[in-house]
Design a protein. Structure first.
Length: 642
């Protein structure tokens, strides 16, 4: 049974790819028939992805119970001096990611049936979702960097299509272009890093690169700077995909896409791809201390930046997006200080918790449509919400569970993973720990700010009687996601760290340093409680005036509200600068290049016009001309001799 599963593991991404192909071809060739079968096609898609979920769970079960890693490859490109293989790799990292990606995508698709039911692009959206899921599953199973890059670009293309799904809205078109261009900057660095490591090691395979690189650096330490450069170039890919500073600016704008894709992008798939790649390349990055420090400090700055900006956002989904940016920074910090399993564990716990929050926000937005109509600028604005818990109790309760988890309160899932990261950061670098600890307090503040503004207090919209709870197809995924949000953290407690044992193939740790655990956990919970208390006093009790709070800290408020002015800075130095450069190039092209071409044409035209009168067709005239030229030439020679 085990071998049979491993032999057919390649079917996991093929199932959603097949459904995407069927729907895509149907929309192109038989649009009316395909649209009439929309619900049937949705069921077909969900059913096929459900098979992928079962396959993934079975493979994870066998991997966890001691089955060794499995790799299958076939030759794809072969020449005299070069060969490239394609295949799939099953190990603890890939089997874990298969479960996370497939289960979250499965629940998101069920949710989509309720959320997008009346949208004209229903089938198109399902086809994009299926292709996106297939690409991410293919990335997880990749055996080498070339295969990673192919699927890396595919998920980038799918994110472009999904963010700009409502392309008739100018903001959606701008957002998908921003995401695409920003990611191309990081992907170019990734490509250069891949080629650089191949030049050094003559391999694209992860383990071979790490092994050969270690031998090369021992023989010739002078290669360390070059290897460091290639590693940093490769890290640019994760910087863009996982929205790390300074390429994080695309992620909040990606909220222009429908909420289901916001959940899929910001939870377990696209943004996790960068952290996954750092985890996969960890044996390579770990050989370069400068690279590890770069990863850690990039994550630190990103975590703090995302948290500070999230404190002033009024758009519900953008607030959660900046929360994702911040939590991705936590994962990168952990990777940078060598805390491999803690970083991955936070990726998993955060995936389910943030998927729950995004789907909960979509439920709130969907419920608001009756009161304000379909207007994302109103029904995503938390200033127009409030008191929704009374009308949407299930959405509110599940959202609160996700909030408690992201804030790091025990016994919810993210508490255990965040505590593991903070503990490792304190041992590795107290300054990093301090920023992470402060970020934990900010996280609690802005997450409860979001919850109170959305679900508590009084309704600030037109008519709360028109607000209604979402249907069962949307509530079912919310309820299911609360299960891992509540329990998943128990697999990685310091008392019995099953997750670390599985990922690093070491015995289960049971020895707990109680003073250290209580100190680290107590400090993180303590600052989380302070953040909660401040949000409670400002946004629930209203005993602290928001207006006076803003006026007392106006420069900091403006700095946060304007997103550290980074978007404005990029607008000046990148967008406007490139437009000016394009205008200069256009001027040069029109008046110099085109002018030269036009002058050549005019010169040939008038020369031809003049010469055509000499072409009489009379032999006597041609003979006279030849005789005249010969006499002139002979005369010239005689004159020169004389």
């Amino acid at each position: 049974m085990e071998q049979l599963l491993y032999n057919y593991a390649w079917l996991i991404p093929v199932f959603p790819l097949f459904s995407a192909t069927v729907m895509g071809l149907g929309l192109i060739s038989f649009q009316k028939a395909t649209q009439s079968l929309r619900r049937d096609l949705a069921f077909f898609t969900i059913f096929l992805l459900g098979i992928s979920v079962i396959f993934s769970l079975a493979i994870f079960f066998f991997q966890y119970n001691g089955k060794g890693s499995y790799q299958w490859e076939m030759e794809w490109v072969v020449s005299q001096n070069f060969s490239l293989e394609m295949g799939y790799l099953i190990d603890p990292l890939s089997s874990t990611m298969l479960v996370v990606v497939s289960t979250v995508a499965f629940l998101v698709m069920i949710y989509t049936d309720g959320y997008m039911n009346y949208d004209q692009g229903y089938v198109r959206f399902f086809s994009y979702l299926s292709l996106f899921t297939a690409s991410m599953l293919g990335l997880v199973l990749s055996t080498n960097l070339v295969q990673v890059y192919i699927f890396w670009e595919l998920i980038g293309l799918c994110s472009y299509l999904l963010i700009g799904f409502w392309f008739t809205r100018t903001t959606a078109g701008d957002a998908c272009q921003k995401a695409f261009i920003t990611n191309r900057m990081g992907d170019f660095g990734l490509l250069l890093g891949i080629l650089g490591f191949y030049w050094l090691t003559k391999s694209f395979h992860f383990n071979e690169i790490a092994f050969r690189l270690e031998s090369l650096l021992q023989v010739d330490p002078k290669l360390i700077p070059l290897g460091t450069l290639f590693a940093i170039l490769l890290f640019l890919g994760p910087i863009s995909k996982s929205a790390q500073f300074p390429l994080h600016v695309w992620l909040p704008d990606a909220m222009e896409g429908p909420t289901p894709i916001s959940a899929l992008i910001h939870a377990a798939t696209l943004v996790a791809a960068g952290v996954f790649l750092v985890g996969r390349m960890f044996p390579i990055f770990d050989q370069f201390p400068i690279v590890m420090s770069t990863i850690a400090w990039t994550g630190c700055l990103t975590a703090f930046l995302g948290a500070t900006i999230a404190t002033t956002q009024v758009d519900l989904k953008k607030g959660l997006a900046y929360s994702t940016v911040s939590q991705l920074g936590y994962m990168m910090m952990a990777m940078g200080v060598g805390s491999y399993s803690a970083g991955l564990f936070h990726l998993i716990t955060h995936a389910y918790s943030k998927a729950l929050l995004f789907l909960g926000s979509g439920s709130a937005i969907h419920g608001m449509e009756g009161a304000v109509g379909f207007s994302p600028y109103i029904n995503q604005n938390m200033n127009q919400m409030g008191g929704l818990r009374k009308k949407m109790p299930i959405t509110a309760i599940t959202f609160l569970i996700g909030t408690l988890s992201i804030c790091g309160f025990p016994p919810f899932a993210c508490f255990w993973s965040k505590d593991a990261i903070l503990s490792d950061l304190f041992q590795a670098n107290p300054v990093l720990w301090l920023f992470a600890w402060l970020t934990a307090g900010l996280t609690s503040f802005y997450m409860f700010r979001i919850y109170f503004l959305t679900f508590e207090g009084t309704f600030r919209g037109p008519d709360i009687s028109l607000v209604k709870e979402s249907g069962p197809m949307m509530l079912f995924p919310l309820i299911v996601l609360t299960i891992p949000t509540l329990t998943l953290g128990l697999t990685g407690t310091p008392f019995k760290d099953f997750f670390k044992s599985f990922q690093e193939n070491i015995p289960i740790e049971t020895n707990v340093d109680w003073p250290e655990f209580l100190t680290m956990a107590g400090s993180s919970v303590g600052i989380g409680l302070l953040g909660f208390l401040f949000a409670f006093l400002v946004y629930y009790k209203c005993s602290i005036s928001r207006t006076s709070l803003v006026s007392l800290n106006l420069p900091l408020y403006e700095f946060s509200k304007n997103k550290w002015y980074l978007d404005d800075l990029y607008e000046i130095i990148i967008v406007k600068a490139n437009r000016k450069l394009a205008q200069r190039v256009l001027f040069f092209d029109q008046y110099f290049i085109d002018g030269l071409v036009n002058f050549s044409g005019i010169f040939v035209f008038f020369t031809g016009e003049g010469l055509r009168y000499t072409e009489t067709g009379r032999f006597q005239a041609y003979g006279s001309t030849i005789l005249f030229v010969l006499i002139s030439f002979v005369g010239y020679l005689v004159f020169q001799i004389a």
